[in-house]
Structures are given as structure tokens and as C-alpha cells.
Write a protein that binds this ligand. Sequence first.
Ligand code: NAD
Length: 468
Amino acid sequence: MTPLLPLTRRDFLGTSGRIAAGVAVGSAVDLGALLASAPATAPAAAAPLAPGAKRRLAVVGTGIRATRAWGQELLKEQGERVEIVGLCDVNAKRAAASRQLIGIQAPTFTDLDAMLRATRPDALLVTTRDATHDAQIVHALRAGVDVVTEKPMTTDEVKCAAILDAERRSGRTVTVAFNYRYAPTAARLKELLAAGTIGEVTSVDFHWYLDNRHGADYFRHWHAYRANSGTLWVHKATHHFDLVNWYLGADPVEVSAMGALRRYGRNGPFRGVNCRTCPHAARCDYAWKMTDDPVLTKLYAECESVDGYLRDACVFREDIDVYDTMAATVRYSTGAMMSYSVNAFMPIEGYHLAFNGPKGRIEVRMFERQPWDVPRGVDEIRVTRAFGGGSEVIPVRWGEGGHYGGDLLLRRMLFEPGRPDPLGQRAGSRAGAMSLLTGVAADRSIQRGRPVRIDELLSPGRAGARTG
Ligand SMILES: NC(=O)c1ccc[n+]([C@@H]2O[C@H](COP(=O)([O-])OP(=O)(O)OC[C@H]3O[C@@H](n4cnc5c(N)ncnc54)[C@H](O)[C@@H]3O)[C@@H](O)[C@H]2O)c1
């Protein structure tokens, strides 16, 4: 069976031989060489602190993800061992609102450099818009500060190279907060695959359904523009591509994709500026009263005067330039292939994931929201063995808190010293890179109308000449 550990440098070079050739990617930085020499495993878990000391964390980007998952929830669970020493956001009002919602006294800043100098944190949590992660990560690394970044690590290959280069030069570490790996169902799937239950995986079926509530949310604000999110191929699918890389212990090699905008953006029958002011709200299926939620009101509606950031902008804005309907096939370094899709205006929310191998099939249909009843709080993994070996259902209870337990268990892994990591859940910059590059390749495949190899993103001139 193919080992389920991340590929070694030699394996990676073997699957993408030309990567080592040292061709620059639109900049002086050579992403291929950086990836080839990047540690296959993630940085070690938090080192022990002196008795009574707390890990000092600074946060850049104080929107909802920072305020809830990395503020309120983190301090509730781990307040004895971590403290937030500074909050930074380009919107000073939002930073102040976040501080109040978290319930801390830490100073707020609008300038990252000023925060790092004033607070000297042990680590920077990066929770800004996706396309700005690179600047903040590189800045912190150069200042000698470790980074924990939200996914996606960044949005394109040039920014990715800059991050890996800064990490290597600084000797500091980048951890990518891939919370989906930590949900109990994901962990159980990884265990079953690692145990060789179905033999070496030959193919994967992976289909993600975003409903009219959650799916629409990506079209309400910055995610709806590729310049901010790299499209949902990067912003959203980075979770899924990372899971598959991790499940298979493989790297993506080639991606072929299609994508379209079929429901949101210019497809709308009418449009306004945002839901709160929209004359069509009464007849719009997507009308959303953000101000029903006091936290969102405080973080967004009450801070709009500073930056004009409308959290409830119209999903039918004509300039929306990302896809809501996407399908791809991906080939991996182990020879496995995946059929993948994500659709963002479904009447159901959840996913279907199956692994096929010579000894059988492992599958799960995760039910998050749908207009019929299923047992709540549990996923059922079905394992079917080939040649009459029977079929069994393995129930896995959801974990507590956000993302079916993923958020809580991720925070434990990152901040509880000495916590074991037998499944290799802790993700570093290499995992961040390989997942985002899959999404970038999918987007390029649509633009170029042909399959795109990952190594084309590392050495575009050469590979383009070969396959263009
Ligand atoms: N892992 C998960 O499941 C998960 C869930 C939600 C969001 N996220 C990620 O978390 C990040 C934040 O998402 P969010 O929903 O909180 O977005 P948000 O828009 O609510 O918050 C982003 C904040 O960053 C600030 N910002 C933007 N550019 C900045 C800059 N250059 N310097 C400082 N501040 C800047 C904005 O003013 C805003 O307050 C994103 O990368 C997103 O992909 C991850």
C-alpha cells in the first residue's frame, strides 16, 4: 500500500520531476524548489511554557472568524494558557468592536507593524481576507514571529512562493488552520484508509453541496471577487483539496475543471445595493436581515462608516466574477483520481464522499441541512468490502462546537503542549500550498480550456511550452 504519510522530497521530485529545475515563477522566488525542500510534516505542537506563563497571540483581521473562533471560543477553552495581546484591523471601529465582543482589554491597531513592535507576540493569527494573508504572513515571519493562518494560506502561486521563501529564510513556522481535518468523521476516515481497509485508493468521489443560505453568503461580500478569494476554487475548495491530499497522503498532479456562474451575479432578475436598503427585498429569495444578529450588527453594520464594507451586499451584483457551479477531475501522485464538484445554490447542505479501492469502498453522506429528517448529530460511514465481504455502518458522533468539532480540536492541537498528532492533522505551509495550488490549477484549467498540471504553476514557461 502507498504510505499515507506526506511525500518525501524524493517522492515529490519523482512525481513532478521538473520542479527541481529551478525555474522562477514570475518573481525571483522558485516555488518548485521551495516545495521540494519544504518539510513534509507540519511544525511541532506548542512548546511548553514556563509555569504560569501564557502564549501571547496577536490577531490581524478582526471579523467574525477572529472574534468567535480565535477570540471568544479560544479564550473560553484555553484562557489559562493563551492570551490575546493585540488586535489589528484596517477598520479601527471593527477592531474595537471585536475587542468588546471578545471581552478583553488588549490594545487595538490599524498597522500590523506597529502591533508587532508594541506587543512582541509569540504568534500572529492571520484572519483577514484571503488575498491579503501573504502580506501579513511574510511581515510577521520577517519580524521573527510564528504564524497561524486561516485557510486558504493565500490565493495564488506567486504569493505562495513568497510565503514559503519567507518561512525558510526566517526559521519561523507557518501553521495553516485546516479545521476540517479535525472533525471526528474526518479523523475516522483517515484511520480507516491508513489501516488499508480498502487497499490503495484508486478513486475518490467528492461532492460538496452549499445551500441557498450558506452558498449565497459567499456572494454577499468579498468572496464574490476573484481578486479577494481566488474564486471558491481556492477560498472554499481549499478545505476539500486539503482533506483529500491528507487522506491519500498524495500530491495533486493534474487538474481539469469546468465552472460557471449560473444563479448569482448578473443572473439575478433584479438587484439592489444591499439587503437592508433593497426595494426588492420583499420578493427576493435571498433577502437577509443581518441586523437580526446582534454580533454581526456590531461587527459590520456599525462599522460601515469607516470602510463601506457591506456584509449584506446584493448577491445579484453584476460585477461578481466567481463561479457558483464547479466540477473538476484531479489526478494524484499515487495514481488515484478524484471526481469533485461544488455547487452553491442547492436546496440541501452537506457532502458526499467516497473512496474506492481494490478491497472495497468507504463512503459517507453528510447531512447538514435538508428538507427531510435524518438522525442529527451523527455521520454514518459505510464500509463495503469487495467479493462478498459484507457491508457495515460505522456511526461517528459530531464533535462539540463549530465545524462539527473541527474548530475545538484544532485549537487544542495548536495550543495544548505535548498533544500527540498520530494522524498528522497539524498542517504546515506545504499542505497549505498543495491545496491552494489545486484550486488555482482548476481555475486556470477553465481559463485555458485544457487540463493544467500543478508543475505548470511552478515553472509556467516550460510546462506551457509542453502542453499549451
Ligand atoms: N476555517 C474556517 O472554517 C473558516 C471559516 C470562516 C472564515 N475563515 C477564514 O477566515 C478569514 C476571515 O474571514 P471572516 O469571515 O472573518 O472575514 P471578515 O470580512 O469578516 O473579516 C476580515 C477582516 O479583515 C480585515 N482586513 C482586510 N484586509 C486587511 C488588512 N490588509 N489588514 C488588516 N485587516 C484587514 C477586514 O477589515 C475585516 O475586519 C478568511 O481568510 C476566511 O477564509 C475560515
